[in-house]
Design a protein around this ligand. Structure first.
Ligand SMILES: [Fe+2]
Length: 261
């Protein structure tokens, strides 16, 4: 702790000092052996090599905690949620109303077409023109494009710009529940602690507009078997949005409010 006080960055000194104190206390309390500690270090090395630190943070519910701490004062804004490790930068802008974010592919599972849309507004009043709504989700087989060789690149991903009325409309398919990756070190952790790997079906959103805080969130759907026990604990009641049949398709309304920066 004394050594920490010489660190130039006060925030780093305060947090790192407490992290070490907490860690040392746990090691002492459980009388952790040299062999156990070396196994823990080897495990963390493996997590890094597999690029699974975000996933580890998610399944240990640490990401949810940080999200809650970071968005305490977004009064009136749409509830935020965890980004997760599956976002891909710069997905294509999708045109049309509704804007279709997928291509059909060989062997694609059966699912209902879902039209999801609403209005992006500012909590300080009024619709936001030219806001960017960036979405990503699994296809109807429960897989992301980056896991599923049959899907074209960037399938079920896309950016949509809001119109003058702040509106956006997306044509997608109703996603299904899926398991987070289990073949790597995080999968071994889940098996070891007896935690299942399932997430309820959801669509990820990242919404940005000039002068406003970017909102990262997820939308869930009623009746999903994993709403109550999402492996990353990210379900918020306000983000469970009703889905209704509208003719041949399903419809879901999701209005989004952004807080000023
Ligand atoms: Fe996801």
């Amino acid at each position: 702790m004394e050594a920490m006080s010489t660190v130039g960055n006060e925030r780093l000194a305060a947090v790192a000092g407490d992290v070490l104190s907490a860690l040392h206390e746990v090691l002492e309390r459980h009388q952790v052996t040299e062999q156990e500690w070396m196994a823990a270090l080897a495990y963390l090395t493996e997590v890094g090599r597999a690029d699974e630190f975000v996933l580890l943070s998610d399944v240990t519910r640490t990401s949810v905690l940080i999200d809650a701490l970071s968005h305490r004062d977004d009064d009136g804004a749409t509830a935020s949620d965890v980004e997760g490790p599956l976002y891909v930068e710069d997905p294509p802008f999708r045109e049309g109303t509704p804007a279709k974010i997928y291509d059909e592919y060989e062997g694609m599972g059966d699912a209902d077409v879902l039209l999801i849309g609403g209005t992006v507004t500012s909590t300080s009043g009024g619709p936001l023109t030219d806001a960017v709504v960036d979405v990503w989700q699994t296809g109807p087989d429960g897989g992301y494009d980056i896991w599923d060789e049959r899907q074209p690149e960037m399938n079920f991903r896309g950016r949509i710009r809001t119109g003058e009325d702040g509106g956006y409309q997306i044509q997608t398919m109703l996603p299904k529940p899926y398991t987070v990756p289990t073949e790597g070190p995080v999968g071994r952790y889940l098996a070891a602690v007896g935690q299942h790997a399932w997430r309820p079906a959801h669509i990820h959103f990242k919404v940005s507009a000039p002068g406003h805080r970017t909102l990262v969130t997820q939308v869930f759907f009623p009746g999903d078997p994993y709403l109550e026990n999402d492996t990353i604990g990210a379900v918020k009641p306000a983000l469970v949005r009703p889905v209704e049949r509208r003719g041949e398709q399903l419809g879901c309304d999701f209005d989004i409010a952004l807080a000023p920066a």
